[in-house]
Design a protein around this ligand. Structure first.
Ligand code: ADP
Length: 459
């Protein structure tokens, strides 16, 4: 935070200084181009008027007259042909002036020192309090030839108004620097709060608080950060729940297997009990095996789309094959199965989609009532195919429907609990459908039955 704060201040003040420098260079160029010739002309006129007045009034004391002129804001230098020099007003910092210049003015020429003063990049000619930076005019008084050199006194140019403007400028600069200091602190504060929050998030504390009411980009950043923290917390919760579910689902069949193998150890148990125990052990092993298979499948689906090997295949034919596999279970439960499965070809991964139909079909059988019915149909509409599984089984409540695609979720009714399952089937179904850019919808009513519709793009 410190470095960003310092950087910001340095850059802003640097920018202010650079702007000031540019402004000065531009106005200095303007002075040399426009103001300097105008200034030279103005002062030449003043000097000529003074000389003319002195010439026309030989009775006036020249020294007193020039002293009065100096008091209204001029620095004057008077020299005669004999080299007698007089200064009036503020002294010149540099009094050097070539003898030839004086000579020429004494001979009647006008000297334009202000106009021809050498150009300096960083100092405006105004400020050079030098004799060379003046206007020289010939002056005749009482028959004596003089050369009069004149320049405006800089002190008079900087009158009260100028001092006032000077103060305004100084105050404006100081106040802007102060405001930059305060404002930068205000700007940087949310970033440092965010950094603190990131650190606490990295340490696993998801309950970060960022009281930012700003509507700018930093406010949006804080908002997104909070959303991210919430998502991470949810994912962390899901991960913990997932692990505890897996541990539970692996642990319970294992302890069942252990318990029944201990019982089998006893030589005195009856044959029919032995048969029953072995069958329970087998069923628990099947459960474990199906759980690990489903977990492996979920893990590969989680990775990304690359796991898919898409090709054209006939969905109807595939579902008919599956129905054939489940015929014994359908007969055992006395279910009435009807289907309409036209030969529609779609582009997809046949192995993954077989898992989808397998889950929906086996659920329709598992969660059905004895002598219930099932209906499976495929329909092509526009660029999609709709595969529908309707059963007249146990059905689900609205709340249960909302959660059936969650991993390990099983509707917790006494009826479904007695049915074998892992709670992973439908989450696998939903992942596969999503990978195919499809949609799955469910309608269900308790004790009446459920309808699962899978919509898939044809290609
Ligand atoms: P499993 O069948 O292994 O429990 P699933 O993910 O396939 O897991 O299903 C999740 C839950 O959704 C099931 O436990 C069951 O409660 C409910 N369910 C799924 N299909 C049906 C259906 N056709 N009729 C009634 N309930 C269903």
């Amino acid at each position: 935070m410190r470095t960003l704060y310092v950087k910001f201040i340095v850059i802003t003040t640097g920018m202010m200084l650079i702007s000031f420098l540019f402004a000065f260079l531009i106005s200095n160029t303007y002075y040399h181009q426009k103001i300097k010739p105008y200034n030279d002309q103005k002062n030449t006129n003043v000097a000529l008027n003074i000389a003319a007045f002195a010439n026309e009034h030989p009775d006036n004391n020249l020294g007193v007259y020039l002293e009065n002129i100096s008091e209204v804001g001029y620095q004057l230098y008077l020299v005669d042909s004999l080299g007698n020099e007089h200064y009036f007003g503020e002294p010149f910092r540099d009094k050097s002036l070539p003898a030839s210049t004086k000579e020429r003015v004494l001979n009647g020429q006008v000297f334009h020192g202000i106009l021809h003063f050498p150009r300096e990049t960083f100092v405006t000619g105004f400020f050079f309090n030098e004799l060379r930076n003046s206007i020289g005019v010939p002056l005749k008084h009482n028959g004596v030839d003089y050369a009069l050199f004149l320049r405006p006194d800089i002190k008079f140019l900087f009158g009260e108004m100028h001092v006032l403007f000077g103060w305004i400028l100084l105050l404006a600069i100081s106040l802007s620097i102060l405001m930059v200091l305060i404002n930068t602190r205000y700007l940087i504060k949310p970033i440092s709060t965010l950094t603190k929050a990131t650190k606490s998030l990295a340490n696993g504390h998801y309950n970060v608080e960022l009281a930012s009411k700003r509507n700018d980009e930093l406010g949006q950043l804080s908002e997104s950060f909070l959303q991210m923290a919430k998502k991470l917390e949810q994912m962390d919760d899901m991960r913990k729940e997932f692990i505890s579910n897996i541990s539970h689902d692996i642990q319970s069949p294992l302890s069942n297997i252990k318990g029944y193998t201990n019982l089998l150890d006893d030589d005195s148990i009856k044959k029919e009990d032995r048969i029953q125990y072995v069958s329970i052990i087998n069923s628990e092993i099947r459960r474990l095996s199906s759980l690990t298979k489903q977990l492996l499948l979920l893990a590969s689906l989680d990775r990304n789309e690359d796991v898919m090997q898409k090709k054209w295949f006939k969905v109807g034919k595939q579902i008919k094959g599956l129905i054939h596999n489940y015929q014994w279970a359908i007969n055992e439960k006395g279910l009435m199965l009807s289907y309409s499965l036209p030969d529609i070809e779609i582009m997809g991964d046949p192995a993954f989609l077989a898992t989808v139909w397998d889950n929906l079909l086996s659920n329709g059988i598992k969660y059905n009532v004895p002598n219930g019915s099932m209906e499976i149909s495929i329909e092509e509409r526009g660029n999609s195919v709709f595969v529908k599984f309707v059963d007249t089984g146990l059905g689900m409540s609205g709340k249960e429907v909302d959660r059936i695609f969650e991993r390990f979720y099983r509707a917790d009714t006494s009826r479904t609990r007695s049915i074998e399952g892992t709670g992973l089937g439908l989450s696998i179904v939903s992942s596969i459908v999503k990978l195919h850019n499809g949609v799955i919808t469910v309608k269900s009513n308790e004790k009446q039955g459920s309808t699962f519709i899978v919509e898939l793009p044809v290609k």
